[in-house]
Design a protein around this ligand. Structure first.
Ligand code: FAD
Length: 617
């Protein structure tokens, strides 16, 4: 009876619930459909699925799985079961629940207090740590409210994901935040990117890397990460995206993505919220130098980034400087080197971007189901792929002999875009819109490189990896022949080390491609690893090596070529007090989500050091 099941009240999590794709309402539906109810009933060994109350179930995750080993493609769900609701709504299930309870070992059990860990509630926890009575933007120093003028002043340099989240936390907790961005707000940045794509005008300070939202704005907006989708930090960031207008299904989708058209309004809402918090946002303003006194950062020197020949420099004083500049701010890296900031080269990856017709990838991955995707009904996601290949002896002493090759930033239904910040260097990446409706599927295809590869550039010290990148970007610009034309080669010719002589297949890249000897661009060991991997992939994905597959050069900015040393816990530079290096440029993140999480936690850590609250982190 009911008494016997009282202890079962709470949540159960059911995972790996499979619904055949042909029965499912499709990728955008995150509710509980009758076929899902059947899968739940089967998992619970409950005889009649229609007796189960829909309200008792919440879809937590929904992914599409079309692996060849399956009998047919399917959607795979993770569902939380509210046991109390099951009991409230369906008395006839009581006995059943009581019988099930002893078997709970086979089903993951969730505690009753399922705390929603969005950024707002996290902030509340931190605030309760101070004295629980703070209003937003009040400042506390050792328990006494200060006048607003005494608020600690913090500069956040860079408005990419890491800088935005650091500003959000610090603003919410009552610091006087100035967010300094060298590029333009999204409205003007969109026009500048339009001028690049249509008229070949590259604005060195407003482009695919620089400007509001950072590198991730005109991107695919994939929200995937290796730091753990269900961690509090990632959940807080995802929920904040939804709060600022991101579609709620990103919380459920197994491979969530936003697309540029969703990112731009989201960033505008983010900006309005920061302004409401009192964050002072200054665009078109570049930090050119740090003011350092006695081993401590006291402020920054800024200039108007729109003026080519330098505007009068202005010095701004701050109690702390959060550096969130991304990995394309090479001038900022050089400035840090002049100040002897502790940094060291770090491994990253370089390679090419491969593009296929999307229909070909759908055919390879989905077989019969591809026909439905081609018709554009939108029920099944367009196909993607992920490839990782390892080579070498596994000898940790010889990293140069251990390379891996992997696909990276795969953009189904996307396009290849120019991510150069300087006309003499050429590098590319991929972006898409939320519907992923373009005819092309592109992906970076890269091999790892490490300090051994940077030896020819050793004279540049900690910037050796940056110079390595620059070298291949310059070679790519020369091979393309200028004007942002990208060097390209049919994948079949790349494998045979020969120039493509027939007409190249069409490319989504808008500024033109030129047949080139991409097999001669990188050091031979990098080329060989890329070639061997492509041959291995063809075995797994027959059709991948096709006359329609086109390689584009080069992919160099996969992650930061260096790391700026900082203290774990405080996020402060190990060599310069008051400097807080964060995000991808500092070598602590790779992607929108991990950069956001890094910025958020730095915000908390710094707020603690500035005595904005006294909670435990
Ligand atoms: P950034 O986003 O690089 O932001 C740094 C900001 O600092 C920039 O706005 C820059 O203008 C500013 N800045 C630099 N120097 C200065 C200075 N001296 N003074 C003032 N301001 C300065 N990641 C994903 O997770 N999913 C994707 O689908 C994805 N697609 C991508 C597609 C493209 C085309 C590109 C370029 C990147 C993509 N990425 C993607 C990577 C992702 O964008 C980055 O990992 C992320 O933006 C890093 O965040 P960040 O805050 O560390 O730095």
């Amino acid at each position: 009876g009911a008494g016997a099941v009282a202890g079962a009240a709470g949540y159960w999590r059911l995972s790996k619930l499979a619904v055949p794709a042909r029965d499912d309402p499709g990728k955008d539906f995150a509710g509980v459909s009758p076929p899902l109810l059947q899968a739940i009933a089967k998992a619970l060994k409950f005889p009649v699925s229609s007796m189960l109350p829909e309200e008792a179930f919440t879809v937590i995750r929904k992914s599409f799985d079309a692996r060849k080993i399956l009998k047919e493609p399917q959607f795979v769900y993770t569902v939380d079961v509210d046991v109390k609701r099951l009991l409230d709504l369906e008395p006839r299930t009581w006995d059943f629940i009581a019988r099930l309870e002893p078997k709970l070992g086979t089903i993951e059990y969730m505690p009753d207090e399922k705390v929603a860990s969005d950024l707002v509630s996290m902030l509340n926890v931190y605030k309760q740590g101070s004295d629980g009575e703070l209003g937003i933007n009040d400042t506390v120093n050792n328990g006494s409210i200060c006048s607003p003028r005494k608020k600690p002043r913090v500069a956040v340099v860079g408005s990419g994901p890491s800088g935005l989240f650091a500003s959000l936390v610090l603003g919410e907790l009552g610091a006087e935040v100035t967010l300094i961005e060298r590029g333009q707000p999204v409205e003007q940045r969109g026009r500048d990117i339009g001028a690049l794509v249509v008229r070949r005008i590259l604005h060195s300070e407003s482009n695919f890397c620089f400007g509001e939202g950072g590198a991730g704005t005109w991107s695919d907006g994939k929200l995937v990460t290796r730091i753990g989708r269900n961690t509090d930090g990632v959940q807080a960031v995802m929920k904040t995206f939804v709060q600022f207008g991101g579609p709620p299904n990103i919380l459920v989708d197994g491979k969530p993505h936003l697309g540029t058209d969703k990112l731009v309004p989201l960033l505008r809402n983010f900006r309005h919220h920061l302004k409401e918090l009192g964050v002072n946002i200054i665009f078109n303003t570049r930090v050119d130098d740090l003011v350092v006194e006695g081993g401590q950062v006291k402020g920054v020197v800024v200039s108007d980034s729109r003026l080519q020949l330098g505007s009068p420099n202005q010095t701004l004083s701050f109690d702390a400087v959060v550096l969130a500049v991304g990995h394309s701010a090479r001038d900022t890296y050089s400035m840090l080197l002049r100040h002897n900031v502790d940094m060291h080269p770090k491994s990253f990856a370089v390679g090419l971007r491969i593009e296929h017709p999307q229909e070909l990838i759908n055919d390879i991955q989905y077989s019969e189901l591809a026909a439905e995707v081609h018709k554009g009904r939108g029920r099944i996601p367009v196909a993607d792929y992920k490839i990782v290949k390892s080579f070498g002896e596994g000898d940790a002493e010889l990293p140069e002999q251990n390379r891996s090759c992997y696909s990276f930033c795969m953009c189904p239904g996307g396009q290849v875009v120019l991510t150069s910040t300087n006309p003499s260097e050429l590098c590319i990446n991929g972006m898409s819109f939320s519907r992923r409706a373009s005819k092309w599927a592109n992906s970076a295809f890269v091999a790892t490189v490490s300090s051994h590869d940077f030896r020819p550039f050793e004279s540049h010290g900690s910037l050796a990896g940056v110079e390595f990148q620059r070298e291949f970007e310059r070679r790519a610009a020369t091979m393309g022949g200028g004007n942002f034309v990208v060097p390209a080669q049919c994948v079949t010719d790349f494998l045979s080390n020969r120039l493509s002589v027939t007409t190249l297949p069409p490319s989504s890249y808008r500024l033109g491609v030129r047949p080139s000897k991409l097999h001669e661009l990188f050091p031979s060991h990098v080329t060989e690893v890329l070639q061997q991997s492509i041959i291995m992939i063809e075995e797994e994905m027959p059709g991948f090596v096709s006359s329609e597959a086109l390689l584009h050069g080069v992919e160099t900015r996969t992650s930061s070529p260096l790391q700026i040393s900082r203290n774990t816990g405080t996020y402060e530079s190990t060599s310069l007090q008051g400097l807080y290096p964060i995000g991808e440029g500092a070598g602590y993140a790779g992607g929108i989500l991990s950069a956001s999480v890094d910025g958020m936690y730095c915000g908390f850590a710094l707020a603690k050091q500035l005595s904005l609250f006294h909670g435990d982190i």
